[in-house]
Design a protein around this ligand. Structure first.
Ligand SMILES: [Zn+2]
Length: 670
């Protein structure tokens, strides 16, 4: 140190002016070089929008119940996040009052009311006028609209707060684009991503993020492409609708879908919603089939889809629609993202658009979960390395959805395409056949040769190659008085190797898995009759890329089978044996026809597939009966076993559940 001081003392005055000697607390001398700041990005602060006025929007208290169980979109949400940031030392505001000067780490961006002109960039005049009218609306009308609306509530401050929320989001985005700050987090409410151009919904008034994106395009011609990543646990239906035909915005939503049963419900959040017209390919839905998705699942989806597509899209600006209702502890969401997971996702997105990222609060209803999650995101925005993720494993359900999304989006994105998507470019139907139709035809021939099984005629009003040989039966099955076994299964699996360059399945290295043959042989050896029902996941030639028709057809088919065949069979007892997703159709039958007298057992080998609770139109005893008479075999990693995702015992409506051990294959755990 002494030598260093001598060196400094011999410098010429001009050079010396660049050096400063400081005495540290421990008495050591240190030399500091006075240089102009050269790190443009990291020397900037992270912006924060927080405004206590947004707490004015609150649900009118209509009963004592509202006190005891407050509405989840609670005014305390933004306050608790802000308080957590302050307690962590990121915001210098000891009273959590929302001061303008928040210290040297973050930069407070003032919120303002969005103007009518800005809001009308996304919303209809009727929508705007309606919300404006709530300011002076009699309370009984506010209550009526609250009761009639799609999960929204109104008070006299709703319009004002919604304008502040949208305006705060706009200002946060402007500050990032103008590089006043390096990135930003907008802690705003009410949220926005469910608000559609013509109506509010899902606790959302105005579409904050969509409005901000449109304002950015309008004000900054240099911003030509914006990526909006929505990791709220619900589908961002409003954002999707605002940009569905707009190629300037890449919208990616990761959300629970639950086959269209999770809010906002319906097919809009499904993976086949890819955008239309010029916007085709710029809308990507990653729809989780169930609750319980974790850090590993989200990181996997980011690595496989979100990041490759974003890199190919190469946005000028990134907005995160950041609901924290996929966070561990959020009861509405039922998922398990931890702060570490959020920090990794944020870290990945920061690599885009030169770091121009604006994170905007959407949903999230566990006050503690949203606070620790927002803190992790903010730390990462500030430049802290992402936190350690404990559980990087991803689930089978996740891997399956991600593969399906990659497949459907490979038409639009080179990075998702293992070689050329030949089928998408083929015009004539004669040029290809869907493999599951081919496989079923093969299986029908094989079952005929082995067990003399033949097709049962099914009356239908439509035709599809997928219906061919759909139901097969052993000879004179209806006369067998010993017993009847009914197999209901997905199309057989192919274990195959896909060429990473051409995308073609290497047929010589692939195998058709036929575990059903073993079960059928066993049944016939016991002297039972057998009916084998194939449930395709998609109906070829019936415009059914989303599987909706196939699912509905499967339910109808099972009822038809009972009414026209099974109920009239001579066998006194029937064993039902479901395999894979097809088990859903079996459970549907057991809830909609009284099979109790005839059913000896209902065995479902669900594996990693979706689990269906019995819903009955019969009587209240069906659930108990189903619980007693069923055996539902699930893979070891099925989300239902995750103790953090529900915390209570599985419901009786799901049947008697059995968990496979870890070594058992997922598809057939027995
Ligand atoms: Zn949500």
């Amino acid at each position: 140190m002494a030598r260093m001081c001598r060196t400094a003392a011999t410098q010429t005055p001009s050079k010396l002016s660049l050096l400063r000697l400081l005495v540290t607390g421990t008495g050591y001398l240190v030399m500091v070089i006075n240089l102009p700041r050269v790190l443009g990005f990291s020397s900037k602060r992270t912006g924060i929008v927080y405004d206590a006025r947004m707490r004015g929007h609150a649900k009118l208290i209509m009963s004592s119940f509202d006190y005891a169980d407050p509405h989840p979109e609670d005014p305390r949400r933004t306050y608790r996040i802000y308080k957590t940031l302050a307690e962590a030392g990121l915001v210098d505001d000891h009273n959590f009052a929302g001061v303008m000067d928040v210290g040297r780490i973050m930069h407070r961006i003032p919120a303002r009311e969005a103007t009518a002109e800005e809001i009308l960039l996304v919303h209809t005049k009727e929508h705007y006028d309606f919300l404006e009218s709530t300011q002076t609306m009699p309370e009984e009308d506010l209550i009526r609209h609250t009761e009639e609306g799609d999960s929204v509530y109104f008070n006299h401050d709703s319009f004002y707060c919604a304008k502040l929320s949208a305006g705060g989001t706009i200002e946060a985005c402007f500050a990032v684009v103008e590089e006043t700050v390096k990135n930003a987090i907008a802690v705003v409410r009410p949220p926005g991503h469910h608000a559609e151009p013509e109506k509010p919904g899902g606790f959302c008034m105005f579409a904050n993020v969509s409005i901000a994106a449109k304002c950015v395009f309008k004000k900054y011609p240099s911003i030509k492409k914006i990526a909006i990543i929505d990791w709220d646990v619900h589908h961002g239906n409003g954002t999707q609708k605002a940009f569905y035909d707009d190629p300037r915005v890449l919208f990616i939503s990761l959300h629970r879908y639950d086959n269209g049963h999770f809010y906002p419900s319906g097919p809009a959040g499904n993976l086949d919603m890819c955008g239309k017209g010029e916007g085709a390919g710029y809308n990507i839905n990653i729809p989780w089939p169930c609750k319980g998705m974790k850090d590993g699942d989200y990181i996997y989806a980011f690595r496989k889809i979100v990041m490759p597509v974003c890199e190919e899209f190469d946005p000028d600006f990134v907005i995160i629609s950041s609901g924290f209702d996929a966070a561990l502890g959020d009861e509405l969401g039922g998922c398990c993202l931890k702060p570490a997971g959020y920090s990794h996702l944020t870290h990945m997105l920061k690599s885009l658009a030169g770091g121009k990222v604006c994170c905007v609060l959407e949903g999230g209803y566990n006050l503690n979960s949203i606070s620790v999650s927002a803190l992790a995101v903010t730390r990462t925005l500030l430049g802290e390395p992402p936190m350690h993720v404990e559980d990087t494993e991803f689930s089978a359900a996740c891997a399956k959805v991600v593969a399906q999304v990659a497949n459907i989006q490979s038409t639009y994105w080179k990075c998702l395409r293992p070689g050329k998507n030949v089928v998408a470019s083929m015009k004539g139907k004669d040029d290809y056949e869907r493999l599951h139709d081919v496989i079923r035809q093969y299986q029908a021939r094989s079952l005929y040769e082995k067990f003399s099984m033949t097709q049962l005629p099914i009356l239908r009003d439509r035709t599809s190659p997928s219906f061919s040989e759909q139901v097969l039966a052993t000879p004179s099955f209806h006369e067998n008085t010993k017993g009847l076994v009914v197999f209901v299964h997905d199309t057989l699996d192919v274990q195959g190797y896909v060429d990473p360059v051409t995308g073609a399945l290497d047929v010589s290295g692939s195998y058709l898995l036929t575990p059903e043959n073993r079960y059928i042989k066993w049944s016939i050896d016991q002297g039972y009759a057998v009916v084998d029902i194939n449930i395709p996941s998609i109906l070829t030639d019936l415009d059914d890329e989303d599987g909706y028709q196939a699912a509905a057809n499967a339910l109808d088919l099972m009822i038809y089978m009972w009414d026209y065949y099974l109920d009239h069979a001579a066998a006194p007892k029937i064993i039902f044996f479901g395999i894979g997703e097809a088990c859903q159709a079996l459970v549907h039958l057991l809830g909609h026809r009284d099979t109790r007298e005839r059913t000896r057992a209902a065995i479902s080998v669900v594996g990693p597939a979706s689990l269906k609770a019995i819903v009955t139109i019969l009587d209240e005893y069906v659930v108990d009966w189903y619980h007693r008479s069923s055996l539902v075999l699930l893979s070891n990693d099925h989300p239902i076993w995750d103790p953090t995702s529900h915390g209570k015992k599985p419901r009786r409506k799901l049947g008697t559940l059995v968990r496979a051990d870890k070594k058992t294959t997922m598809k057939t755990p027995i």
